[in-house]
Design a protein around this ligand. Sequence first.
Ligand SMILES: NC(=O)c1ccc[n+]([C@@H]2O[C@H](COP(=O)([O-])OP(=O)(O)OC[C@H]3O[C@@H](n4cnc5c(N)ncnc54)[C@H](O)[C@@H]3O)[C@@H](O)[C@H]2O)c1
Ligand SMILES: O=P(O)(O)OC[C@H](O)CO
Length: 336
Amino acid sequence: MSKPVKAAVFGTGSWGTAFGLVLADAGCEVTLWARRAELVDAVNSTRVNPDYLPGVELPENLRATADAAEAARDADFTVLAVPSQTLRANLAEWLPLLAPGTVLVSLMKGIELGTAMRMSEVIEDVTKVGPDRIAVVTGPNLAREVAARMPAAAVVACTDEEVARRLQSACHTSYFRPYTNTDVVGCELGGAVKNVIGLAVGIADGMGLGDNAKGSLITRGLAETTRLGVALGADPLTFSGLAGLGDLVATCSSPLSRNHTFGTNLGKGMTLEETIAVTKQTAEGVKSCESVLDLARRHGVDMPITETVVSIVHQGKPPVVALRELMSRSAKPERR
Ligand SMILES: NC(=O)c1ccc[n+]([C@@H]2O[C@H](COP(=O)([O-])OP(=O)(O)OC[C@H]3O[C@@H](n4cnc5c(N)ncnc54)[C@H](O)[C@@H]3O)[C@@H](O)[C@H]2O)c1
Ligand SMILES: O=P(O)(O)OC[C@H](O)CO
């Protein structure tokens, strides 16, 4: 009998725990690394993560530890599920512990502030591991729905298709259907920019702008995501797939999305400080809207919706003023 696949998941938040559950359901032996000993004890003794996924029973082949070396030991896959802006520092600490030959898997949907790097680029920069051992999981995957074993498809992307296939098989269950893709750039950009568009749609929903506004923002949001992707060498077709349109639709329609909810609160008139205070989990778009805009400017790409989100979230522009400016931009053909 062959040995079970071993997976270490660094980050016991919503998605780290939910994806750990998927891996365990697919037959992997899973170790979650958590910062806090109380959370480790709760997971191991009650089989529930009370802070992030209350009410979800975790399988027996998933356990938690606060010891990073123990989590990393002999892992075939080392899955990273921390906030995008802390990844570099976290990974630098874990680097000496990583199992030789392990595949590093990013679950994160953000762009690093300051460097404008995608998460796989940060991983490569810190570990010096080649792109053939770095993979990304993305797509319409709201953690609570996945943890409830509700059906979802996803994308596992790696420049090495064989590695993507191995990861696909490690996380394929009756309710989680992963597709492979070799366009890592497109898959990561789709995930990071949809959070920014999710904020924009949330703001519009909070302002009561209606479903035409929502459809328009999703579509034009996808257009600017695709423009950025093409400038960075991505395949434009990736953006009509699960990492692009699929994730945008899920994020922009769901009250479970933290980015959408964050935007809705702003659109209803909460201040940024009030909105941050009621947001308990990571809403990546809040920081990444600035790094996405930075990336776009470095490549001479126009991203008016992203620019609008930055002006509301970070420059204090009232949403009604931002809306008026967005709508009064000069008229242009749809495909340019
Ligand atoms: N939640 C979802 O539905 C979902 C789905 C797909 C992708 N993602 C992406 O997954 C990533 C993680 O999101 P999440 O939903 O699990 O977030 P979360 O806020 O639920 O959990 C974040 C985890 O990171 C840990 N953490 C926070 N600061 C840290 C630090 N300085 N050092 C080490 N660990 C730290 C927290 O303790 C927690 O375990 C994000 O990039 C998000 O966009 C989330
Ligand atoms: O809750 P959000 O806004 O981070 O979205 C979660 C997932 O990325 C949806 O696919």
